[in-house]
Design a protein around this ligand. Structure first.
Ligand SMILES: [Zn+2]
Ligand SMILES: [Zn+2]
Length: 308
């Protein structure tokens, strides 16, 4: 199952599931309580927005399967370089509310400044969201820095606001197109980056021994034919999988001496639907800490140029 179609529950089921998972993380990690509470509020906004996008505000984008097949064969993700019309007004409303939650949840003035820049027109929401969907880390970081805004926070807020569109497009283009050549092209996808949007996976969810790489932006799931570093393909001695906590062999980090990067893998009963991967990511923060303490890092976003 190289490209995996993940079941997408209803809005109500998602909200329930988000709450249950947040409770579980809070019980295990009471020290993360403020971060978990913020996550709950952000997720509620994202789930609502996803519902709006799904029920009528889907962006129009139709790419012929033949074109997609050729693109994937060149190692270019499906959405890369495509001009995608966004429902900017709707997304912007959520973006501003996300800034409020981030401000209240610890980011304070830094988040309030972003909101003010959007409302005042010095930061154009349409361009920001377009750059985020295109995964253009460079443009967002430079744009933020020029305006005296916190680049990581701008990146996060935009990513949360446009994520529902990325998820919808991922499913429209890849999951709902059963045509054989496209399925074959996806099955043959040998790369560690997301075949839909090009992001590096946030982690792997291992279900019944299948190591499914999960994109936390568009929620795509895909499995590689090789057991190797997701970033550089190293499969020899420099590539090591370890469980930092002896008692929890179900939670592991893959570290690569070849490229110096790390990757988290967790055994789970079922794959997380959009947008709950952010909770899975938060829930495995101790793995990030362990890897970073050993001087491993996550690589920057891959760039795919302009149009292909
Ligand atoms: Zn993706
Ligand atoms: Zn590597």
């Amino acid at each position: 199952m190289p490209y995996v179609v993940v079941d997408q529950p209803s809005r109500e089921a998602l909200l329930e599931s988000a709450a249950a998972r947040a409770d579980a993380v809070a019980a295990r990690r009471p020290d993360l309580l403020p971060a978990i509470d913020l996550q709950r509020r952000l997720l509620a906004l994202v789930i609502d927005l996803a519902h709006t996008v799904e029920s009528g505000r889907r962006p129009r984008l139709s790419l012929p399967p033949k074109y997609l097949v050729a693109k994937l064969a060149r190692g270019v993700p499906a959405l890369a370089g495509e001009p995608i019309p966004l429902p900017v007004q709707i997304l912007q409303a959520t973006l501003l509310r996300l800034c409020d939650e981030l401000a209240a949840g610890g980011a304070g003035e830094a988040a309030a400044h972003i909101k003010a820049a959007i409302e005042g027109g010095t930061l154009d929401a349409g361009s920001l969201l377009t750059a985020s969907l295109a995964r253009d880390q460079h443009a967002i970081r430079t744009g933020a820095a020029h305006r005296g805004l916190a680049p990581d926070l701008v990146w996060l807020a935009a990513e949360l606001a446009v994520g529902p569109v990325a998820h919808t497009l991922q499913r429209m283009l890849l999951a709902n197109t059963p045509a054989a050549p496209l399925a074959d092209a996806l099955a043959a996808w040998p790369h560690g980056y997301c075949p839909a949007c090009g992001s590096w996976p946030a982690l792997a969810e291992v279900v019944d021994g299948h190591r499914v790489l999960r994109c936390s932006f568009c929620a795509a799931g895909w499995e590689l034919a090789t057991y190797a570093c997701v970033y550089c393909g190293e499969s020899g001695e420099p590539f090591v999988t370890a469980a930092p906590d002896e008692e929890r062999k179900d939670r592991r980090v893959e570290i690569c001496g070849g490229c110096g990067a790390y990757f988290k893998t967790v055994d789970v009963p079922a794959l997380s639907p959009f947008p709950l991967l952010t909770i899975a990511d938060l829930d495995t923060m101790d793995l990030d800490v362990a890897a970073i303490e050993h001087h491993y890092a996550r690589p920057p976003m891959k760039e795919f140029g302009a149009r292909h």
